[in-house]
Design a protein around this ligand. Structure first.
Ligand SMILES: *[C@@H]1O[C@H](CO)[C@@H](O)[C@H](O)[C@H]1NC(C)=O
Ligand SMILES: *[C@@H]1O[C@H](CO)[C@@H](O)[C@H](O)[C@H]1NC(C)=O
Ligand SMILES: *[C@@H]1O[C@H](CO)[C@@H](O)[C@H](O)[C@H]1NC(C)=O
Ligand SMILES: *[C@@H]1O[C@H](CO)[C@@H](O)[C@H](O)[C@H]1NC(C)=O
Ligand SMILES: *[C@@H]1O[C@H](CO)[C@@H](O)[C@H](O)[C@H]1NC(C)=O
Ligand SMILES: *[C@@H]1O[C@H](CO)[C@@H](O)[C@H](O)[C@H]1NC(C)=O
Ligand SMILES: *[C@@H]1O[C@H](CO)[C@@H](O)[C@H](O)[C@H]1NC(C)=O
Ligand SMILES: *[C@@H]1O[C@H](CO)[C@@H](O)[C@H](O)[C@H]1NC(C)=O
Ligand SMILES: *[C@@H]1O[C@H](CO)[C@@H](O)[C@H](O)[C@H]1NC(C)=O
Length: 343
């Protein structure tokens, strides 16, 4: 199976995920009335230096003051983690030190797109900072104090918050969503929506909003899971070149932690082969894929088809201006070593 990473932000639509409570049928049958949906909580998102989407999370500090950190959002796991004090492979950003009397649990190794996080899991109180100055607290029973990582932390990011379901590991009960559902037993599902600003403007730090507990329905065009089938794509270059693959059969992973759209090698090379002046680079992106530099005046159109939904991206989404008369293609090419089913 081929997994194609799609950054939510490259799509002119937003992800709206609804997670049904995995409680037993017996406890569900006790409910006789449907509660009104919870109010939407608004979480401001900021870009880190790698243009990844981060939320502001506070952890209890060693004095009475909380410590604030930028945590990157990922839908590929339900585990969350912070870089531990003394971690030499955690990117050199702000780190967290647990209190000496904290009980340390088993060592965990969690794969996230572009790398892995290794550390001891502890029960940890966390707070998500809301737009209005309040916060949303949760206790994470398996919060990873990372003492080893690659490419995940750094660039201003000290942690990750996993808003995936952990369905593959069967550990939904260790996610922030499960914590809320357990404490709000009259609710049967947990929803959130990501209204993301594209990362292409280097001068903007406003990355959008996470709608927590209840997505603002008007903001979204598509209701989807984070895994979708991509049935095909077509490309039109400015020089009249047309290309398409109507039978791509790719399973796309939609995760805000991907900043770039990564295509298999053959497809990426054909597309850039049709863009005059594009240059394949020898240095890899932070997530290990091959990048292309292209003329800033490139015009192009790429249409991705997911079932009945087609999304057309143009140079507005596909050309990133680095701000020094250099432009980089948002579409990247899989590095040879990138496994086709890493996650
Ligand atoms: C307490 O936290 C501050 C801020 O993170 C850090 O600079 C300091 O070293 C910590 N002190 C101890 C005793 O861990
Ligand atoms: C997080 O929010 C706190 C409280 O509003 C603020 O003081 C801090 O600067 C913010 N930190 C980050 C990393 O945005
Ligand atoms: C963690 O998992 C990754 C990917 O499976 C692997 O490459 C790495 O060696 C593992 N690290 C440890 C310390 O087990
Ligand atoms: C922030 O919004 C939440 C949810 O609407 C609300 O419960 C809380 O009281 C608000 N806080 C402030 C300081 O207005
Ligand atoms: C990380 O922590 C675990 C458990 O405390 C320990 O076994 C391991 O040696 C540590 N690894 C590094 C690289 O510090
Ligand atoms: C979520 O749960 C509420 C009742 O708690 C229900 O009315 C609503 O239809 C559910 N939404 C989804 C998408 O399942
Ligand atoms: C490419 O496709 C466009 C739109 O479908 C069409 O107008 C154009 O003639 C095609 N060009 C070639 C060279 O096939
Ligand atoms: C882009 O600009 C270059 C000169 O800077 C010019 O030669 C080229 O024709 C332009 N391409 C397009 C598609 O406008
Ligand atoms: C433009 O900026 C990027 C990112 O800062 C840098 O990697 C690149 O070398 C720069 N290119 C030129 C031609 O200055």
């Amino acid at each position: 199976m081929t997994w194609l990473p799609i950054p939510v932000s490259s799509l002119p639509l937003a992800l709206c995920l609804s997670i049904r409570s995995m409680t037993t049928a017996t406890s569900m049958s006790k409910r006789n009335s449907t509660p009104p949906p919870p109010a939407t909580l608004f979480l401001p998102l900021t870009f880190d230096n790698n243009r990844r989407y981060t939320v502001n999370v506070s952890l209890p500090g060693n004095s009475s003051q909380p410590e604030y950190f930028a945590f990157a959002l990922t839908t590929s796991t339900g585990y969350s983690s912070v870089a531990a004090q003394g971690c030499s492979t955690c990117g050199g950003g702000p780190t967290y030190s647990t209190s000496p009397n904290q009980q340390i649990g088993a060592v965990r190794n969690v794969s996230v797109p572009g790398g892995s996080i290794v550390g001891s899991a502890i029960a940890q109180a966390n707070n998500l900072q809301l737009q209005n100055g309040s916060s949303w607290p949760w206790i994470d029973p398996s919060f990873i104090i990372a003492n080893q990582s690659n490419s995940i932390f750094g660039a201003g990011t000290s942690g990750v918050i996993g808003i995936g379901t952990n369905a593959r590991q069967g550990t939904f009960n260790e996610t922030p969503m499960a914590f809320w559902l357990k404490n709000n037993p009259s609710h049967q599902n947990f929803s959130y929506g990501l209204a993301l600003n594209p990362p292409n403007d280097p001068t903007s730090s406003n990355a959008g909003t996470l709608h927590w507990l209840a997505p603002d329905e008007n903001s979204y065009e598509v209701n989807t899971d984070s895994f979708v089938e991509m049935d095909g794509w077509s490309f039109q270059g400015s020089n009249g070149v047309n290309m398409s693959d109507d039978n791509a059969g790719l399973s796309a992973v939609i995760d805000p932690i991907f900043v770039d759209l990564v295509f298999p090698q053959d497809e990426a090379q054909s597309i850039y082969g049709a863009i005059p002046g594009s240059q394949r680079q020898t240095t890899l992106s932070s997530s290990g894929s091959t990048i292309y530099i292209l003329p800033c005046n490139t015009t192009m159109q790429l249409t991705l088809t997911f079932g009945t939904v087609s999304v057309t991206l143009t140079e507005d989404q596909l050309v990133r201006n680095l701000g020094n008369s250099t432009c980089q293609g948002v579409l990247e090419e899989w590095a040879p070593k990138m496994s086709q089913n890493t996650f």
